[in-house]
Every structure is written in structure tokens, then in C-alpha cells.
Design a protein around this ligand. Structure first.
Ligand code: NAP
Ligand code: SF4
Length: 667
């Protein structure tokens, strides 16, 4: 009996046989856009192909300049471009993989003044208003899709994917929300569907029989004026007739105000929509969104939900995902925690993508972990994200590593983060490191406080002693009502029903969610976000049901800016929405006067007031713990200092883990 037999079973799509049913879904990394980055892109994909995934789908390539995602973004429009792509396709094939190129026309999501759409209607998430394509222009755009597919075939790609979801141009033609045309490309649902059907039909004519065409179909638009379920099914059948080989699935337009892939979305939350579509079509269907473990992927194929499973970010997090699953080493998979912090947040800020838990992602040619020529005895002090990453990387490089942790458990700030509702995935990162430490034979010493004397016999010392919560000098800060966020999250303190939270950074917001949260099923979660049955409501969007918060929480900051303004680009809006849904009262521009038996005394705009609360949870940032480092420096010893111990002000797991990996790669 093999592990994950359904996921690892080969499948034939047209003239292409995949070694398994795992698809690395399309994700833009920023390496697609410039010719000089192609070698890096080739290395990035080749590493995933070597890691066993069945099919890789590239980030989106525009079929013409009007379809760019941003100025000078990736496109596939000339034979020269196709020729250059051979370095990508050859690298993947040499590593034993298969690769499809995605064709994406951004439509009104194009961040350029030259964007086009079905109608001249501005997207709420883009300052640029598109112009409406002329009737002839639509016809030309269809031809451009087909030409891009032909060029992809010439470039050595094994398949193409036509991007028909997430609110890009094809959706803009399909939905009455964005298509107000009265020519042959609009007016009725049937005429709105003509655009994708013609694209698939002409693409099939161009690439010939047998070449796989994947069509990514939006199952739930999650916007007002989106498609009905009947329209989705009708489109799927017409797409099948027009010559598509596979239907991949997508959920939600980018402008939708329902989270679809971030950590708080339950795993496999959208699989029910794929299962429903699969019953309607004869060609294979691929499930996607918030699938990050081989167990879940395998079960979705086993229970007939889907024929293939797409996982984009999980393959950024661990290129060897499939090989590890196949070798019954799934407990060694570095699981994507759906944080978006280093992948999509980077892309939306015009930076190259990477991965919080795997900083080598998209930096394969720069961060190379090679066995050291001089194995050393290394001490790593502190087992938070920075220390865990350093210990694992230095051991992977062949060093003999001892990891000291003064507490009884591994994890540091990660252990606190995983207590937050919707951030439970952090536990996977801890499981990954714990297992890797064991596999690599790292000497882990828990409940052991290292001092300068105990480190004398080591060749290299890494200080990752982390942070401690800052307790600001507010009068009454020693009152029993004042507690630190760490004590609340680790269960040392149980707070009362009325709580004030001081400090509205990432942790203040998280703690407010923690304090107001009540357990919810998937059905509750969908209802809280206003997701309805698409059979009943257009676009699958309905009125949200109200949450019943567990406590009354007031979240306070001294700044006058909007609370949560600096949270992640692609997830901050959802955290802010949960605060609203949970009835968290927000106060900005406060000064703190006193904490006493009456509660928290504060002034806002010079007006004093008292919040009669049971507890005041302090989330006022952190201070570095660097006493040991200072002792070593005083003693003339050399040591590296990383993570929060290095810089507390920007306490950041992304930087902490990267610093650890860099130490391992330094040789
Ligand atoms: P933070 O983001 O620096 O926020 C701490 C807040 O405390 C500040 O915004 C500040 O706001 C307030 N503060 C600072 N000194 C104070 C003082 N002396 N008295 C009263 N208030 C004070 O720190 P954090 O919330 O602890 O988060 C730490 C790091 O974790 C962040 O850098 C973030 O990267 C990461 N994180 C992110 C997320 C997320 O994105 N969802 C979640 C958790 C953690 P005022 O000065 O305006 O009062
Ligand atoms: Fe997953 Fe976060 Fe890595 Fe993105 S940065 S791939 S969401 S773990």
C-alpha cells in the first residue's frame, strides 16, 4: 500500500500523462516579468519538478500589451519570447516534471492607464479606469489568446491554462456587473459567455488535438452581480465542448470582500463547490484554494470531489512536498501556513515573492545550502522561529548543533501565534522544525538556560534569545488587572468579560480576535462572511450573519491613524473586518492615565474617561532579550545575533527565519 494512493496515481490529460495528480497552481512571483530573471525562474520551477509535483502552472502571461498586470509585466506575444522560455521548460523537463503556461489578461485589474475591459467600469481595487474594447478589439483579443497558446507550445510547454477566474478579463465579460455591452459580446448570459468559449475554441484550433488546455473557471464570484450557479454549469459544459481538457477551479474575484485563501479560511473550505461541478462535466476537474496537506489532497480525490488538486503556495513552502509524501515522510513537509506575508504581500507591493517558512523560494540561485567543508560544533540559544531555523539550517549544512531553550517547549512567539483563532497553522511550522531537529540529530536541551560559561567549547554561537513583552510606564501597570499578551495567549491568565487592549499593532488585533472568538463550524464561517448557496444567490453572496462575541473588547492606540493600517497587504482588510464583526470598539489618539480597581483611565482629545474593565491586556510591542549576547561580547567572544533578539522593533518571523537560513547557507 503506497502513501496517498489517490493523489499519487498518474492521470492522462490529452497527450500528456502526469506522474501524479498534484498540480502546482499558478502564482505570480515577479520573476516572470524580466528576461534577466528567467534563469532564476527556471531554477525555481526545476526544484519543484525535482520535488515530484505532477504539473507546474506558471504565473500569468498576458496575450497582448493591453492585458499586462502592470507596465512591462510578463507577456507571451513573440517567437523570441517563446524561444527564451525554453530555458524554463527544458529545466523542468530535465528534472522530470511537466509545465503549463498560464495565459492571463488582467482586464480592468491591469495597473496601467492603457487597461481595457468589457465595459469602461473601474475596479474598486484599481485607480485606473479601463476603456471598453471595441467589437473588433474583442475579436483580436480572442486571437491573441490563441496566439499565446501556440507560442507556449513552441516554447516547450506541455499545456496551457486559460485564466478565467479571480475577476480578470474573462470574468469581466461573463458578469453582468462588468459587462454592459450591447454587441455580440454582451447583453444576455449566453452572449457574455461567448468570449471564453471563442478563446477555448480558437486555442484548440491553434494547438491541435491532444495538447492539454486547462480552463480556470470561477465557481463562486463572491461579488454582487456575479454569475449564478446555472450560468457556471452552462459555461463549464460549453467550455468542455469548445475543446478544454481540464477544468481548474477558482474562488472569488480579487475585489471580493470574502477571504478565500488566508489562514483564517478553514482548510478545504471551498471543496464543496468543486464536488458540485464535477457531477456536471465529463472532463477532469481540479480543486484549489486552502489545500495544504497530502492527507487533504488525497481525500478530495478519494471521495470524488476532484480528479486533481492544485496547491500553489504549499509548493513554495516546500518544493519536496510530493517526494516527501510519497516516501511516507509527510511529517517532514514544511507546510504553507497561508500567511501571504512573503508571497502575495510581496507581489502586491511589487517585490519578488518568497515564502515566510522557506526563504529560499524564488531565491534558489542565491541561497544555496551546500555541505560545509569544516563541520563545526555550533550552539544555538533560543528555540523561537529564528533559533529553530538556524539550528535546522546549520545542521543541514553538516554542523553538529546543540539547541538550548530555557523554556520547557520549542516555539517561542510561534507558540503564542498558534493560539490565535485562524492562525492554528503555525502549529505545522513547529511540527516541521521539531521533526527536522530529530531527523538531523540536533541535541535539543529544553529547560536549559545557557550562559557564557556553558558556551565556551563551541566553535560558533548563535544568539536567538527572542523578545519579552514591553510593559509601558503607565501609572498602575503593576495592578493585577494589567496583564501581558503573552500570559493571556499561553493560558497563564484567564481574563474577565470586559477587556481593554492597549496597543493596536498586529498582536493587539490578534489578541482582540482571540478574546472575542467563539468556536465556529465551516457552515458558521461561511455564513459570517455572507457566503450563500450559489444556486440561490447570484455570485454565492448573501447577507452575513452576525457573530456573537465572547467578550466586550476595546482596542486602543495612541496614534490617530486607522487601526490595523499596517497589517499585511492581502490579509489586513480581513482582520479589520473580523474586528468589526466581533463588535470590538476601537479608540485612537488615546493617552493612558492610570490602571486601578475602577479599570483603565485614559484621555481622548483631552477628555478623560474610565473604561470599567476586568483586565487591561498590554500589547505594546517587545524588547529584545540580549543579556547573553552582551555577556559574550564583553568576554571577547564572537557570536551571531538573529531574530527578535537582534531587532525587536520589527519583530518579524519572516526576517527571523531568513536570518537562520542565511547562517546555514554561509558555509
Ligand atoms: P507593534 O506592531 O509594534 O505594535 C505595538 C503597538 O503598541 C504600537 O503600534 C504602539 O501603538 C503601541 N505602543 C508601543 N509602545 C508603547 C508604549 N510605551 N505605551 C503604549 N503603547 C505603546 O508590535 P506587535 O503588535 O507586538 O507586533 C509585533 C510584530 O509582530 C509586528 O512587527 C508584526 O510584524 C508582527 N505581527 C503581525 C501580525 C499581522 O500582520 N497580522 C500579527 C501579529 C504580529 P501606539 O504608539 O499608537 O499606541
Ligand atoms: Fe504559504 Fe506564507 Fe509561505 Fe506564502 S509566505 S507560501 S502563505 S507560508
Amino acid at each position: 500500500m503506497t502513501a496517498y494512493p489517490h493523489l499519487l496515481e498518474p492521470i492522462t490529460l490529452g497527450n500528456l500523462t502526469l506522474r501524479n495528480r498534484a498540480v502546482m497552481g499558478s502564482m505570480h512571483t515577479g520573476l516572470e516579468d524580466y528576461v534577466w530573471d528567467l534563469p532564476k525562474l527556471a531554477a525555481y520551477y526545476a526544484e519543484r519538478a525535482a520535488g515530484g509535483v505532477g504539473l507546474i502552472i506558471t504565473g500569468g502571461y498576458a496575450p497582448n500589451k493591453r492585458g499586462w498586470l502592470k507596465p512591462f509585466a510578463s507577456e507571451m506575444t513573440t517567437r523570441l519570447q517563446a524561444q527564451r522560455h525554453h530555458q524554463v521548460t527544458d529545466a523542468v523537463h530535465q528534472a522530470g516534471g511537466a509545465i503549463a503556461m498560464q495565459i492571463l489578461h488582467a482586464g480592468r485589474y491591469g495597473y496601467t492607464p492603457f487597461s481595457v475591459s468589457a465595459s469602461a467600469i473601474k475596479a474598486p481595487i484599481n485607480p485606473f479606469k479601463p476603456s471598453a474594447l471595441s467589437t473588433k478589439g474583442v475579436d483580436q483579443t480572442v486571437d491573441d489568446f490563441a496566439r499565446a497558446a501556440g507560442l507556449a507550445q513552441r516554447a516547450g510547454y506541455d499545456a496551457v491554462e486559460i485564466m478565467g477566474s479571480e475577476g480578470y478579463l474573462i470574468n469581466q465579460f461573463l458578469a453582468e456587473r462588468t459587462n454592459h455591452r450591447d454587441d455580440i459580446w454582451g447583453g444576455t448570459a449566453a452572449r457574455r459567455m461567448r468570449f471564453p468559449i471563442e478563446i477555448v475554441r480558437r486555442t484548440r484550433e491553434t494547438v491541435g488535438e491532444g495538447f492539454p488546455i486547462i480552463y480556470r473557471l470561477s465557481l463562486l464570484d463572491l461579488v454582487e452581480g456575479g454569475q449564478t450557479w446555472d450560468e457556471v454549469v452552462e459555461l463549464a459544459l460549453l467550455i468542455e465542448d469548445a475543446g478544454a481538457t481540464v477544468i481548474n477551479t477558482g474562488i472569488g474575484w480579487h475585489e471580493a470582500r470574502v477571504p478565500t485563501i488566508i489562514t483564517q479560511v478553514p482548510r478545504g473550505a471551498w471543496a464543496w463547490t468543486t464536488a458540485r461541478l464535477k457531477k456536471e462535466v465529463a472532463i477532469p476537474v481540479c480543486a484549489s484554494n486552502r489545500i495544504n496537506t497530502p492527507e487533504l489532497a488525497d481525500s478530495l480525490i478519494a471521495d470524488g470531489t476532484a480528479d486533481l488538486v492544485s496547491m500553489a503556495r504549499p509548493l513554495l513552502a516546500d518544493p519536496e512536498f510530493i517526494n516527501k509524501a510519497a516516501a511516507e515522510r509527510a511529517d517532514e513537509i514544511n507546510t504553507c501556513i497561508a500567511c501571504n506575508q512573503a508571497c502575495l504581500d510581496h507581489v502586491f507591493k511589487n517585490k519578488k515573492a518568497s515564502c515566510l517558512v522557506n526563504p529560499r523560494a524564488c531565491h534558489e540561485t542565491a541561497l544555496v545550502l551546500t555541505p560545509t567543508l569544516r563541520p563545526r560544533q555550533v550552539a544555538v540559544v533560543g528555540a523561537g522561529p529564528a533559533g529553530l531555523s538556524a539550528a535546522v539550517s546549520l545542521a543541514e549544512a553538516g554542523n553538529k548543533v546543540t539547541l538550548f531553550e530555557k523554556g520547557p517547549q520549542l516555539g517561542g512567539q510561534f507558540r503564542l501565534a498558534m493560539a490565535i483563532p485562524g492562525k492554528e497553522e503555525f502549529a505545522e511550522t513547529l511540527r516541521y522544525y521539531t521533526r527536522r531537529l530529530a531527523v538531523l540529530g540536533v541535541d535539543v536541551r529544553l529547560s536549559t538556560e545557557a550562559d557564557a560559561a556553558s558556551l565556551t567549547d563551541f566553535d560558533q554561537v548563535v544568539i536567538a534569545t527572542g523578545v519579552e513583552p514591553r510593559m509601558p510606564a503607565i501609572p498602575g501597570i503593576d495592578h493585577p488587572k494589567a496583564v501581558s499578551y503573552a500570559d493571556v495567549l499561553d493560558g497563564t491568565v484567564t481574563v474577565g468579560n470586559r477587556v481593554a487592549v492597549i496597543g493596536a499593532g498586529g498582536i493587539g488585533v490578534d489578541v482582540s480576535v482571540f478574546l472575542t472568538h467563539t468556536p465556529e463550524t465551516l457552515e458558521d464561517w461561511l455564513a459570517h462572511w455572507g457566503v450563500g448557496d450559489p444556486d440561490q444567490v447570484r455570485g454565492g453572496l448573501t447577507e452575513p450573519t452576525e457573530r456573537t462575541p465572547a467578550r466586550e473588547v476595546v482596542l486602543i492606540q495612541r496614534k490617530t491613524s486607522m487601526i490595523g493600517k499596517d497589517l499585511g497587504k492581502t490579509s489586513g482588510w480581513a482582520h479589520r473586518a473580523v474586528l468589526q464583526q466581533s463588535g470590538v470598539r476601537q479608540i485612537s489618539g488615546a493617552t493612558y492615565d492610570l490602571i486601578d480597581d475602577a479599570g483603565l483611565h485614559l484621555s481622548v482629545d483631552g477628555t478623560p474617561q474610565v473604561l470599567a474593565v476586568d483586565h487591561v491586556v498590554i500589547c505594546a510591542g517587545q524588547e529584545s532579550v540580549r543579556g547573553l549576547y552582551d555577556d559574550l561580547v564583553t568576554a571577547g567572544r564572537e557570536a551571531a545575533i538573529i531574530g527578535g533578539a537582534d531587532i525587536a522593533a520589527e519583530l518579524d518571523a519572516k526576517r527571523a527565519i531568513k536570518q537562520g537560513v542565511e547562517l546555514g547557507c554561509a558555509g
